[in-house]
Design a protein around this ligand. Structure first.
Ligand code: FAD
Length: 414
């Protein structure tokens, strides 16, 4: 790559920072400009609903040391909003009008919380969680104690509920579905998470829709569609995120549930790439576009995008992976299951030390280890193999997982 090239990354996020790191690691010695709207240098978000929220650590979860960007000659421009992209001129336009030309552009603009449009939705004390400042604000409320209602029992709602409960708050969770985390995990695992929260004293109002928030200036109660009123000193809303596609849309990039990319993470405009929460990437293993809103995807797609920006052929084919920690229950999930025939359990479900496998047509499409560790590589290998599995052997703890994974020779023969 000639040294006079400029690669611009919009979104000083995990994906953006890892892409910049990879560009330098690969020996690219042109300009690397990493632009972010937030005041903080790139950081990781998972601790914001876990140990950082509980103030078990005051360390901010930065991706890199402060000196990293200067040392690697990465021009980090924080508190800087990119207003638009001009693809025909190959320029980005900053708030204030400055234009920066690019030879390659990477969009890592991530996602933002969906906002509730209900009566009382702008009362004081109704909080959303995405950034460090949001986590600090919620931590202040948790430390003050009192009654928390979370709207939604997805990952954010469930993790905030667990953290607040651990710190002694009275917690009610309002959920439209019958079970927490049901949309992703299905009813079998949703029921396990319902019980975990119940054991810790969280009140779950399932199958319950939100009607409004009530209070004179600050929220005082949450009204449900079936007419109940729940006292609240503060509320955390976790009803999902939406990909930040405004820039891409105005620039005419193809959109469909995020910014559509090839398996090399290139968008419909050659030379412009996308990675992380915002990217709806063609996945070679699944043969369809999937958009993943998880940490590992940002961590790994950033570098993959950087390789492709450098002209390398680096299709992104990692199996989706995420993790969650609630109370003393840690889990990892690998795979992509939108429908399945059965869930096969291996281990002790009662003791919450088990692996669950989602099986479709005799093949494992996803797996989740709960308080069982060092098995995620084997789970991913089973999924990637696409082999038929015997559910009895899958469930039998005496059959080592390795025996269910095809050997390298077998895999190569396919
Ligand atoms: C509280 C919380 C807990 C989480 N916990 C987990 C977990 O346990 N496990 C897991 O797998 N995942 C978890 N996630 C999800 C994970 O953090 C995200 O998938 C990841 O942050 C996505 O990274 P990203 O690089 O795509 O973008 P983001 O982290 O969304 O960052 C995008 C950045 O781009 C900036 N930006 C956007 N538009 C512009 C613009 N026009 N100009 C300049 N800058 C712009 C934004 O300000 C932002 O800083 C959690 C997320 C949150 C919020």
């Amino acid at each position: 790559m000639p040294t006079d090239q400029t690669f611009v990354i919009v979104g000083a996020s995990l994906a953006g920072a890892k892409a910049a790191e990879t560009l330098r690691g690969e020996g690219f010695d042109g300009r690397v400009i990493l632009i972010g709207a937030e005041a903080q240098r790139p950081y990781e978000r998972p601790p914001l609903s876990k140990d950082y929220l509980r103030r078990e650590t005051t360390d901010k979860p930065y991706v890199h040391d402060e000196g990293f960007y200067d040392e690697n000659d990465i021009e980090l421009r924080l508190s800087t909003q990119v207003e638009s992209i001009d693809p025909s001129a190959s320029q980005v336009v900053l708030a204030g009008g400055e234009r920066i030309g690019f030879d390659r552009l990477l969009l890592t603009t991530g996602a933002e919380p969906r906002r509730l449009d209900v009566p009382g939705g702008d009362l004081d004390g109704i909080l959303y969680l995405r950034e460090i400042a949001d986590s600090d604000a919620i931590a202040d409320r948790i430390d003050a104690g009192g009654k928390l209602v979370t709207i939604g029992a997805g990952w954010i709602g469930a993790e905030v509920a667990a953290s607040a409960r651990t710190k002694g708050c009275d917690v009610t969770v309002l959920e439209r579905s019958a079970l927490p985390l049901e949309r992703v995990l299905g009813p079998e695992l949703g029921a396990i998470y319902r019980d975990i929260h119940a054991d810790h004293g969280v009140k779950l109002l399932a199958d319950t829709a939100l009607e409004s928030f009530e209070g004179s200036r600050a929220v005082e109660s949450v009204r449900t569609a079936d007419g109940r009123s729940i006292d609240a000193d503060f509320v955390v809303v976790g009803v999902g995120v939406a990909p930040r596609t405004q820039l891409a849309e105005a620039a005419g990039l193809e959109l469909r549930n995020g910014v559509v990319t090839t398996e090399r993470l290139e968008t419909s405009v050659p030379g412009i790439f996308a990675a992380g929460d915002v990217a709806n990437a063609l996945h070679p293993l699944y043969g369809e576009h999937i958009r993943i809103e998880h940490w590992a995807n940002a961590l790994n797609q950033g570098p993959a995008a950087a390789h492709n920006m450098l002209g390398q052929q680096a299709p992104y084919d990692k199996i989706p992976y995420f993790f969650s920690d609630q109370y003393d229950v840690g889990m990892e999930y690998a795979g992509y299951a939108t429908e399945w025939d059965e869930v096969v359990f291996r281990g002790d479900v009662e003791a919450r030390e088990f692996i669950a496998f989602w099986v479709t047509g005799g093949r494992v499409v996803a797996g989740m280890n709960v308080n069982v560790w060092d098995v995620i590589d084997q789970i991913q290998a089973i999924i990637r193999s696409g082999d038929m599995v015997d559910p009895v052997r899958l469930a039998d703890q005496d059959v080592p997982l390795e025996e269910l994974v095809p050997t390298v020779d077998e895999a190569e023969r396919r």
